[in-house]
Design a binder for this molecule. Structure first.
Ligand SMILES: CC/C=C\C/C=C\C/C=C\C/C=C\C/C=C\C/C=C\CCC(=O)SCCNC(=O)CCNC(=O)[C@H](O)C(C)(C)COP(=O)(O)OP(=O)(O)OC[C@H]1O[C@@H](n2cnc3c(N)ncnc32)[C@H](O)[C@@H]1OP(=O)(O)O
Ligand SMILES: CCCCCCCCCCCCCCCC(=O)OC[C@@H](O)COP(=O)(O)O
Length: 375
């Protein structure tokens, strides 16, 4: 293991990365809250400001993926379509199988300059998650309860609001509605059988209502559907913790641009079209598994420096006061403080402490503070 890899695997680094993400995220959430008055004065300006603020949060996860873990993302697509990506609005239909699929999605958004304005149809529960969920509220992300009786109104209303969005955006739809597991796949294929639909090997049966309502409401606003299929080389199942500890993966994304005009308008026809799309996607997955390649040619979409610069700036801004605080604690000379620092640096490496390092750390800091208060 090289020095860089050893450093990246340290728990201390992961704690510091999470601290920068949380602290900067909450600060940005606060700034987003401050843009509320601007919404009444100039809605378009408020939206543009929020795109930039949102970028400051989501690009940190891109920096971790692209620059910290060094994960490579290869794009397979028609080179003739490439100039359109990022220069028009698109609906992205993506398979939902991997823990870090959204990070790869964000990375591609950044490569095409639409990260700040990226949209998604997401479950309502995520709206309450600090940093990401609160950021999404200001970015006009579309939330669903996965109860069609309620969603048909609320999702339509949220989509209608995007019709005058001032920046190009990609709207991500995980039509499978949940992440793939063997159990969910079995249930889903029972539904397919009951409906007389062909079975899928690598996907869940797509939920068609969200797709139909999206197409219906964004017709005239969005130019195309980007049918996207994501896989990782060597049959790997990448994880967020792997990325944080600096593990490098290799993602392959196959994108087909399908003009919106070619998608039928009626609900039943639109649903049938989506089922056919998923059968094709299943074929691409199978081909990838058999040959390690997709049908299209590879085009270059290099990672960009923006996320790295943003991340380094936030790290410098937020790690400096934390460092000053730790130095002042250490200079107190108390044994408990020094023990706390050692636990902070090395606790995570020692197997019995591996999962408890942060708890031990908190306890030691608490004892230190109590000791200082007592004297
Ligand atoms: C060039 C580069 C290109 C690409 C780059 C890639 C991406 C970048 C883009 C943007 C990035 C932006 C952000 C990413 C960041 C983070 C996102 C992270 C995670 C989000 C994860 C989620 O939240 S996924 C969950 C939420 N989303 C969805 O659910 C969407 C899909 N669902 C729907 O559309 C649903 O229809 C609905 C939610 C609108 C409504 O759901 P409801 O359940 O009420 O209705 P349904 O119609 O779905 O269900 C009833 C019918 O379904 C049948 N049924 C029952 N059981 C099943 C089953 N197991 N499988 C399938 N079908 C089933 C049932 O029989 C009913 O059928 P009817 O025939 O009677 O309708
Ligand atoms: C810089 C530090 C890097 C850390 C980056 C962390 C960013 C966290 C962003 C969280 C984004 C939310 C993604 C949630 C994905 C998700 O929730 O997927 C599950 C759903 O599909 C289906 O859920 P369900 O059907 O209920 O099992």
């Amino acid at each position: 293991m090289g020095l860089g890899e050893c450093l990246k695997s340290q728990v201390l680094c992961q704690v510091l990365i999470s601290y920068v993400f949380l602290a900067s995220g909450l600060l940005i959430n606060l700034l987003q809250l401050c843009t509320l008055p601007v919404w009444w004065l100039n809605k378009s300006l408020a939206r543009r400001i929020n795109c930039r603020l949102g970028y400051c949060i989501s690009s940190q996860s891109v920096a971790i993926l692209d620059w910290w873990s060094g994960t490579e993302c290869t794009l397979y697509t028609d080179p003739k379509m490439y100039p359109l990506y990022g220069n028009e609005n698109g609906i992205v239909v993506l398979n939902h199988q991997f823990e870090i699929d959204f990070m790869c999605g964000w990375s591609f958004c950044d490569r095409f300059g639409v990260l700040g304005s990226a949209k998604v149809l997401v479950k309502k529960e995520l709206a309450y998650v600090p940093v990401i969920g609160w950021m999404w509220y200001f970015l006009e992300i579309v939330f669903c309860k996965r109860k069609w009786e309620e969603d048909r109104i609320t999702v339509s209303q949220s989509l209608q609001k995007l019709r005058d969005y001032p920046e190009n955006f990609w709207f991500l739809l995980f039509c499978e509605g949940t992440r793939f597991t063997a159990k969910k796949h079995q249930i889903s294929m029972e539904v397919a059988e009951k409906k007389g639909l062909p079975k899928l090997k690598h996907h869940l049966l797509p939920r068609t209502k969200g797709f139909w309502v999206t197409i219906q409401n964004l017709r005239g606003t969005v130019a195309a559907v980007y049918d996207s299929t994501l896989n990782f080389r060597n049959n790997e199942s990448p994880s967020l913790s792997g990325i944080l500890s600096g593990k490098k993966y290799h993602a392959d994304l196959y994108v087909r641009r399908i003009p919106l005009e070619s998608i039928p308008e009626g609900e039943a026809e639109c649903a049938a079209w989506l089922h056919k799309l998923y059968q094709e996607k299943d074929g691409f997955q199978e081909q990838y598994i058999q040959t390690g390649r997709y049908p299209g040619p590879i085009v270059s979409a290099p990672r960009r420096l923006g996320p790295l610069i943003n991340w380094l700036c936030w790290s410098a801004l937020l790690l400096f006061p934390l460092g000053a605080f730790l130095v002042s604690l250490l200079s107190s000379g108390s044994t408990l403080t020094i023990l706390a620092s050692l636990a902070f640096c090395y606790g995570g490496q020692c197997p019995p402490f591996k999962h408890n390092a942060r708890g031990i750390l908190c306890l030691l800091f608490y004892l230190t503070f109590r000791q200082r208060a007592e004297f």
